[in-house]
Write a protein that binds this ligand. Sequence first.
Ligand code: ZN
Length: 190
Amino acid sequence: MKFCSECAHPVSLQIPPDDTRPRFVCSNCGTIHYQNPKMVVGSIPVWEHEGETRILLCKRAIEPRLGYWTLPAGFMENNETTEDAARRETEEEAGAKITLHGLFSMINVPHVHQVHLFYRATLLDLDYAAGIESLEVEMFTEAEIPWEDIAFPTVAYTLKAFFSDLKLVQKNDAKFALHTEDIYKPMRSN
Ligand code: ZN
């Protein structure tokens, strides 16, 4: 941040009185510009057919990670809930209509100031199509997932946990759980 969004005066990084962290402070109007993590929310759109479980993935048409595959997800907007965000991002990026189920993963990514949330979801039909942020949208079984070309560690983590839970659920050994993780820096290709 270079300029105050309240008065357009240049801001400077300093620790305000009674605080412990550097903040962007405006010496003209006194505003302290707090910056906090952003929520990235998405879905795990599932299609079950003849005993096979497929997940809808989007190939990214934008940076970062252009050309890599991801679950539909994006930044939560003001005035919406996390569930609204998951449905909206799935519609925008994959043109897909879903029914949402439970929250499946919550992953802190402190070094990029983000928290990622993914909901389990069922595709309502196969009428999906790539939105402007996607090059392609495709369904994959676990064996078909392009594990080497997954865009983000949070997506790889979520997909692995999903298929691991799915096997237990199909054996009637468990229900889907909420998976939480902290990812401190980008992992290598798996
Ligand atoms: Zn100001």
